[in-house]
Write a protein that binds this ligand. Structure first.
Ligand code: 2DT
Length: 212
């Protein structure tokens, strides 16, 4: 009998929403329940392309805005063969940021439209579920200062949030808004429930192509 494929589950959200914590907890809970699961993140900073992106985010280098957008996309494409292999082997992938961050962050810069920003990511493996961790700017501010990296300012984050809201109107993507203002455990339970439902549904469906 052919093995059932894993699900591609993405967590998105503005800074401080708890994406990374929740990705780790989800992978752990899935593994505990006997479901093969692994975490991935974008940008994946360890590759050659990822190192260019990392230096840019750390303000150690400057890159032209279109160029860095295409590098973020290339960083996803270079991992597609690995992602497909794992999904086919039955491993569920829990991904910390994906093409939606790519589009939301670049289109929040002056002179960029959503349409141009989406193009390089058209055809990527389509997530079976994208959970958007929602947190108001006021609640995010209560969680402490932003970090030192590029983009970590409240003005830019608000612009990014608006772009995410626009992207979430797209019915071709299975979006699920998650209230990230609850306790870590409550948010986790919510995310786990949605994920388990989705893993069961995805088993019998072919992997889709994003924005195609
Ligand atoms: P973290 O490593 O802390 O998540 O920050 N970004 C991310 C983009 O501008 N484009 C992308 O395609 C992706 C995936 C979001 C990474 C920063 O990089 C931004 C925050």
């Amino acid at each position: 009998m052919a093995c059932k494929r894993g699900a591609l589950i993405v967590l998105e959200g503005v800074d401080k929403a708890g994406k990374t914590t929740q990705c780790k907890k989800l992978v752990h809970a899935l593994q505990q329940s006997g479901q093969p699961a692994e975490m991935m993140r974008f940008p994946e900073r360890t590759t050659t392309i990822g190192q260019l992106i990392s230096a840019y985010l750390e303000n150690k280098s400057d890159l032209e805005d279109h160029t860095v957008h295409l590098l973020f996309s290339a960083n996803r494409w270079e991992l597609v063969p690995l992602m497909k292999k794992k999904l086919e082997q039955g491993t569920t992938l829990v991904v910390d940021r994906y093409a939606f961050s790519g589009v939301a962050f670049t289109s929040a810069k002056p002179g960029f439209c959503l349409d141009w920003c989406m193009k390089p990511d058209v055809g990527l493996p389509k997530p079976d579920l994208v959970m958007f961790l929602q947190l108001s700017p006021a609640e995010a501010a209560l969680r402490g200062q932003f970090g030192e990296e590029r983009y970590e300012t409240s003005v830019f984050q608000r612009a990014v949030q608006q772009k995410f809201e626009h992207l979430m109107k797209d019915p071709s993507v299975n979006w699920q808004a998650i209230d990230a203002s609850q306790s870590v455990e409550d948010v986790h339970e919510n995310i786990l429930t949605h994920s388990l439902n989705n893993i069961n549904a995805a088993e019998n469906l072919p992997l889709g192509e994003l924005w195609k």
